[in-house]
Ligand binder design. Structure first.
Ligand code: HPA
Length: 269
């Protein structure tokens, strides 16, 4: 069982106190962090027990500071199952955010568009998910202090925060789709038959993250919301070879919209 206490005490000793909102930024989506008036920046490798991010496009640091008038604690760079981390390691940061006192967590990710409406460069508010990952962060002895053994998942993405996102999108003039995110392990992208399968089971987009953290949030009854940036189109009948450089570049272009949306919502939380 992973111990939180050391990491928690270390972060407190570095001056991180009572943040309002936790933010977890996805692949190629670190731009929002530049808008934070940073008070404390801590590299993951300095935090006892914290995993170190291995993906080159992830910075691997915690940033605490002010954004839209709120105290935020942002993870620039998250941990993925395909990097070899355990599910417990992947959800450690979100559990620490809860123990530090955040009242909501916002997440972003890069995802492939299954529903043909989810075109490259567009944004989708996640309303529900399908977990196809081969492991679950709640497996093993239950942390009774965090939540119950069998947490409810009937509304995994907080309806009130999602309503704030929908309103923010209208006010910012940003098109924001709503739909279902399917989480897969990766790291390979999907075959045409797999994309067809994902469409059939009701996925609008597919990605390799977010769901473990959302399960951990629901376990702790910590309200969360997540937005996908669509970086590639996954039409099984017309599939172009995936180009990771292109996926990252698309994320980089769309992240300006994501930043505006997140800032707007955080201001209204
Ligand atoms: N599949 C899985 N994960 C992804 C994709 C995809 O097509 N695009 C971005 N992340």
């Amino acid at each position: 069982m992973i111990q939180f206490t050391e990491a928690l005490n270390y972060l407190k000793s570095r001056g991180i106190k009572s943040p309002d909102t936790g933010i977890i930024l996805g692949t190629g989506l670190g731009d929002l962090a530049r808008h934070i008036e940073a008070e404390v920046i801590i590299n993951y490798e300095d935090i006892p027990g914290f995993p170190v991010s291995t993906v080159e496009t992830h910075h691997g640091r915690l940033i605490c500071g002010l954004l839209s008038g709120k105290k935020v604690l942002a993870m620039q760079g998250r941990f993925h199952y395909y990097e070899g981390y355990s599910m417990q390691q992947i959800v450690l940061p979100v559990r620490i955010m809860k123990l530090l006192g955040v009242s909501a967590v916002l997440l972003s990710n890069a995802a492939g568009g299954i529903n043909l409406k989810m075109t490259k460069g567009s944004l989708m508010l996640i309303d529900d998910h399908i977990n196809l990952l081969p492991a679950n962060p709640l497996t093993g002895p239950n942390h009774d202090g965090l939540g119950t053994r069998f947490p409810d998942m009937s509304r995994p993405y907080d309806p009130a925060i999602n309503a704030l996102f929908a309103k923010a999108a209208v006010e910012e003039g940003i098109e924001l789709h709503t739909g279902v995110y399917a989480a897969v392990a990766g790291p390979n992208l999907e075959t045409r038959a797999e994309y067809r399968f994902l469409r059939t089971i009701g996925a609008d987009v597919v990605g390799m993250s977010t769901v473990p953290e959302v399960i951990a949030c629901n376990h702790m009854k910590l309200p969360c919301a997540a937005v996908s940036v669509i970086t590639d189109e996954c039409d099984p009948d017309n599939l172009a070879p995936a180009d990771i450089g292109d996926i990252i570049a698309t994320a980089a272009k769309a992240e300006k919209l994501l930043t505006r949306l997140f800032k707007h919502v955080i201001g209204n939380l």
